[in-house]
Write a new protein. Structure first.
Length: 440
């Protein structure tokens, strides 16, 4: 089973050749909830949170990044574990509050914040806003004066090229994210001159899907150096250093799991260097993981509906596809399309056969979940499982394409499976009288 065997051993189990998620066989889950569907293991999420907290030195605060998977049950889980939440829109702010978060436990980051979004969160007492431009800082100040409140603001910094790393660079080049590092003095000056704003510190997020501990440690060092410069410019210690997210999980062949012990050692040594620096006295260190916390917990399960051969190439047609899991199709940022970990969840003990293509039900050649992937000899009705599907899967996909029903999400916990988002009809005919008549 190779890499897939390692994922199963680490996070799940098998029984009579079948995948078992938190005590429930995948065939039973599919029978109860239908396919396609997403299933999440609560135990794996809690396990990842414990592993992360062990890797972080004392004084670090974890804020779950809602964009990875905004399901309310997951937000409630992280809040129950003492985490904060990081949002990037008013919609995510409403989701955070609906899950029971206090506005003061929420950080608002991301480019393109509108005036109405800023007014909403400022009225509600948002914990911090991480500003991405000089104009945004002035906009926050104007709204704060109008509301009679004082906004807590940190500066998101686009660092120099030395801080780059990860599968997707979020800094070190011209980008819509943050304020260029060379503009730091000007931006801190603007903040200091606004009585309606409280300068909190800096936010640096230079890359995502990072699997090398030394890259993370290097980026954290850059963040601390910038924070100290910001403190000098502001004439005060910084209250927040937000290192962003970026912690990766292994998706593809030859990906290696992030070495959390090496990360802990590197961060412990790094913070020891700054432990006596008055510019960081009492500073709260923040990380905003999303993918790392929920990615490995989720599987996308879809059923084989047809098997065909076209000009010598064998295709498995399944009832789910890129409309539910754009990332697994390779159409969410991949330049070279590689397969997510795939298996037939009801044939894990069956030898692998010749390579096949796995295609979804959509009318586009982009709807491919597996390219030249080796699976056991399949039959119609078998269950194809896409691992590493807890993050940036359903939430980052074009669910309405072709108006297929939207897939349910099910949280599995100690042998109990609970629907945390029901299967939905992507087309609401009731909203359109003409369509209602056609439906007849």
């Amino acid at each position: 089973m190779g890499a897939i065997g390692g994922l199963i051993e680490r996070n799940f189990a098998t029984e009579h050749g079948e995948l078992v998620i938190d005590g429930v066989p995948v065939s039973r889950l599919a029978a109860r909830h239908g396919t396609p569907a997403f299933f999440y293991s609560r135990r794996v999420i809690e396990q990842q949170l414990r592993r992360l907290r062990r890797a972080l030195p004392a004084g670090f605060h974890v804020c779950y990044s809602i964009k990875a998977n905004p399901n309310r049950a997951l937000l409630e889980l992280f809040l129950s574990q003492g985490c904060g939440l990081e949002i990037a829109s008013a919609g995510e702010f409403h989701q955070a509050l609906a899950a029971g978060a206090s506005a003061s436990d929420v950080i608002f980051a991301g480019p393109g914040k509108t005036e109405s979004e800023l007014e909403l969160v400022l009225k509600s007492g948002i914990g911090e806003i991480h500003a991405e431009s000089e104009l945004e800082i002035r906009r926050i100040a104007d709204i704060s004066r109008r509301l009679g409140c004082r906004a807590r603001v940190a500066i998101r910094v686009n660092p120099g090229a030395e801080a780059q790393g990860g599968a997707m660079r979020m800094g070190g080049k011209p980008l819509p994210f943050g304020v260029d590092e060379e503009r730091l003095a000007d931006v801190v000056g603007i903040l200091r001159g606004e009585p309606a704003l409280e300068f909190r510190g800096i936010h640096l997020f230079a890359g995502t899907q990072i699997l090398e501990a030394d890259v993370l440690v290097s980026q954290y060092r850059t963040a601390l150096d910038i924070a100290c410069r910001a403190a000098d410019l502001a004439g005060q210690a910084v209250k927040t250093v937000d290192f962003g997210g970026g912690l990766g999980i292994p998706y593809f062949e030859n990906d290696r799991e992030l070495d959390l012990e090496a990360l802990r050692t590197g961060l412990t040594d790094l913070l020891a260097e700054y432990s006596k620096d008055p510019r960081l006295a009492g500073t709260r260190f923040v990380v905003e993981p999303g993918r790392f916390l929920v990615g490995e917990s989720g599987v996308y399960v879809t059923r084989v509906t047809d098997i065909k051969v076209s000009r010598g190439k064998k295709f498995l047609i399944v009832d789910g596809g890129m409309h539910h899991h754009l990332a697994a199709s390779g159409n969410l940022g991949q330049t070279i399309k590689r397969n997510y970990p795939l298996a037939l969840g009801n044939r894990l003990d069956t030898p692998l056969g010749d390579p096949v293509e796995v295609a979804g039900p959509l009318c586009t050649p982009l709807d491919v979940l597996g390219r030249a992937v080796r699976l056991p000899q399949a039959e119609v009705g078998d269950l194809l499982v896409v691992f590493q599907s807890g993050a940036y899967a359903r939430a980052a996909s074009p669910l309405n394409f072709l108006s297929h029903p939207t897939p349910p999400e099910v949280l599995v916990d100690g042998g109990q499976d609970t629907v945390v988002r029901a299967r939905g009809d992507a087309t609401d005919y009731a909203l359109d009288p003409a369509l209602t008549q056609l439906r007849g």
